[in-house]
Design a protein around this ligand. Sequence first.
Ligand code: FE2
Ligand code: FE2
Length: 187
Amino acid sequence: MTQTTAADSPFLIDIKALRERARKHIQDGAVTGDYKADRETVLRLLNEALATELICVLRYRRHHFMAKGINAEPIAEEFMVHATEEQQHADKIAARIVQLGGEPNFNPEGLSMRSHSEYVEADGLVDMIKENLVAERIAIDSYLEMIRYIGDRDPTTRRVLEEILAVEEEHADELADMLPQATTQTQ
Ligand SMILES: [Fe+2]
Ligand SMILES: [Fe+2]
């Protein structure tokens, strides 16, 4: 007699139950009964990430316009590239918040308190690069923590965060490369 193991039985989805579930609570949009994460916590984390990205947009734009000195131009341009990418991150996060049935918090009041990174004006090119690098490292750590927390309970949010994380790592890498160059130029 052959024994049936789990590996032999094909993976089957109960289509009838799946269809019935989908019909219930249709006002919940993309959030179904199979959503495994704690939605309120995910929404709070995403709104903190949104605030962080918006603060990064403001800081990079300030630095773009304030960067002065010999050879400041390519660095100022890079700050603007980063500002634009941080804005794209903010938009992706806001869109995911809405998909999850939440509301993106764009309220300027308390924005810097909700953000993980700080808005530091910085004095001179080297300080600007350092402050942006610190902010990127904060963003990297907080995205890693969020990704770890979400695990496999919300794959879509996880993927959004992983895509953003990869760009923050590039940003940090670029800033770290700029730093020694800018330091020798301003000495
Ligand atoms: Fe970002
Ligand atoms: Fe960044």
